[in-house]
Ligand binder design. Structure first.
Ligand code: 6PG
Length: 494
């Protein structure tokens, strides 16, 4: 055993990109001793000589050296690119660790990879934690939202550090709690990101109507977002939108007008949508948000198409020129954003419920809302209301059925419909507003036209159908043409 003075550090962190550095500094601020390691060793020295100067942070130039400085059970956290790098570091760590030591992945890993890694590390006697960390650079430094899952025996050993460095809400409640087994932490982070995509798309649609419909300037929109941020939409993403709109380029003109309209994406939104397809849950708004980024990326095609495909002019001059009407219309845009946002979160929670069932997780929905209430990118006042909804009824089957949200949608519905209808008439694309409204109308329909769809399937493929006048589970086939056979195909669902 090493002399005690060498076993000084509480945790090691691999990966000194900005998130890693900031999380280390945050841990140091909270009194933990951190060993910093990076594959390119010169980064370690740079960090120690600059950002980490004058702190208790220790540098390591090899995995072996890093591990040798840790108290037991050893805690090693990785903040490296999701994918192969995580597997490579696990392999490098294993020979230097002992049973009961803990490997933590704080990157945006795919939850299925985390499921696999938990099993693998446990088979080696180690514990494994896959944790979502949200809040960008600033969050990592000042307090992120942290969503850990994996080997539950590891939780007591990481709880103190994680909760200390995480964001706090309502006094001193940490935005960090144990999510569940296997990849549950990364799953919840994935849903966070899907919702993040949706929130961002909704804000972009509101901006687009104000800009191209009402012809509003960046400064005017800055004021509107500033006002929205004092009400029910109060959130980090509305706040940064307000600030983005005020930012001027070197020539004094709004910087926003010079940014190319093609969105990037790293894949977490896509993963959420793929998973929703696997589980058969309609997260239509997040799907539209992902596809809108894809459409935005087709810049050259869109420029060509804009010259050939004609539609109505988007300008809403009658409204824009009448201050009263304009004020009302802007309130309608706010209502459309708000109601759509309620639908998006309801869909996100539907997916989490389905995942909990499918993967055997016992998710605490109110607790998840609380974790997202501060520190993360989707943090908002609104999440406090979601927490209240699940506190009132932990078994709530759908957020749309909660009394508060039901009343909010009722109040916002007129404006929401007006915005979707006006945008359709004026050729202003509002995919997220519109899909949210269509979902809302579908979800509140006791009867949908799927009777016809079933008839079509039975007509061309003998896929059978159930009848309204017979018990569920009995399947019928009709010989629609008179020359089809009476043999039906088997019933199964993918
Ligand atoms: C967070 C963010 C973060 C994400 C970026 C980029 O919670 O801090 O979700 O994890 O990586 O927002 O995502 P895209 O590049 O896919 O937009």
């Amino acid at each position: 055993m090493e002399p005690q003075q060498k076993l000084q550090a509480d945790i090691a962190l691999i990966g000194l990109a900005v998130m890693g550095q900031n999380l280390i500094l945050n841990m140091n601020d909270h009194g933990f001793t951190v060993v910093a390691y990076n594959r390119t060793a010169s980064k370690v020295d740079d960090f120690l000589n600059n950002e980490a100067k004058g702190t208790k942070i220790i540098g390591a130039h090899s995995v072996e050296e890093m591990v040798s400085k840790l108290k037991r059970p050893r805690r090693v956290m990785m903040l490296v690119k999701a994918g192969q790098a995580v597997d490579e570091f696990i392999e490098q760590l294993i020979p230097h660790l002992e049973p009961g030591d803990i490997i933590i992945d704080g990157g945006n890993s795919l939850f299925e990879d985390t499921n696999r890694r938990v099993k693998y590390c446990e088979s080696k006697g180690l514990l494994y934690v896959g944790t979502g960390v949200s809040g960008g650079e600033e969050g990592a430094r000042r307090g992120p939202s942290i969503m850990p899952g994996g080997s539950s025996e590891a939780w007591p050993y990481v709880k103190e550090i994680f909760q200390a460095v995480s964001a706090k809400v309502d006094g001193n409640v940490p935005c960090c709690d144990w999510v569940g087994e296997g990849g549950a932490g990364h799953y919840v982070k994935m849903i966070h990101n899907g919702i993040e995509y949706g929130d961002m798309q909704l804000i972009c649609e509101a901006y687009n109507i104000m800009k191209n419909g009402l012809g509003m300037s960046a400064d005017e929109m800055h004021d509107v977002f500033g006002e929205w941020n004092t009400g029910e939409l109060d959130s980090y993403l509305i706040e940064i939108t307000r600030d983005i709109l005020a930012k001027k380029d070197d020539d004094g003109l709004p910087l926003i007008d010079k940014i190319l309209d093609t969105a990037g994406q790293k894949g977490t939104g896509k993963w959420t949508v793929i998973n929703s397809q696997d589980l058969g849950i309609p997260i239509t708004l997040m799907a539209e948000a992902v596809y809108s980024r894809c459409v935005s990326a087709l810049k050259d095609e869109r420029v060509k198409a804009s010259k050939k495909l004609k539609g109505p002019r988007p300008t809403l001059s009658t409204i824009a020129n009448n201050p009263e009407k304009k004020k009302q219309f802007i309130n309608d845009i706010r209502d459309a954003l708000y109601a759509s946002k309620i639908v998006s979160y309801a869909q996100g929670y539907m997916l989490m419920r389905a995942a909990a069932k499918e993967y055997g997780w016992n998710l605490n929905y109110g607790g998840i809302a609380l974790m997202w209430r501060g520190g993360c990118i989707i943090r908002s006042r609104f999440l406090g209301k979601i927490k209240d909804a699940y506190d009132n009824n932990p078994k709530l089957s759908n957020l749309l059925l909660d009394d508060y949200f039901r009343a909010e949608i009722k109040r916002s519905q007129k404006g929401w419909r007006n915005i979707v209808a006006t945008s359709a008439k004026k050729g202003i694309p509002v995919p997220a507003f519109a899909t949210a409204l269509s979902f809302f109308d579908q979800y509140r329909s006791a009867v949908l036209p799927a009777n016809l769809l079933q008839a079509q399937r039975d007509y061309f493929g003998a896929h059978t159908y159930e009848r309204t006048d017979k018990p569920r589970g009995e399947f019928f086939h009709t010989n629609w043409t008179g020359h089809g056979g009476s043999t039906s195909s088997s019933t199964y669902n993918v």
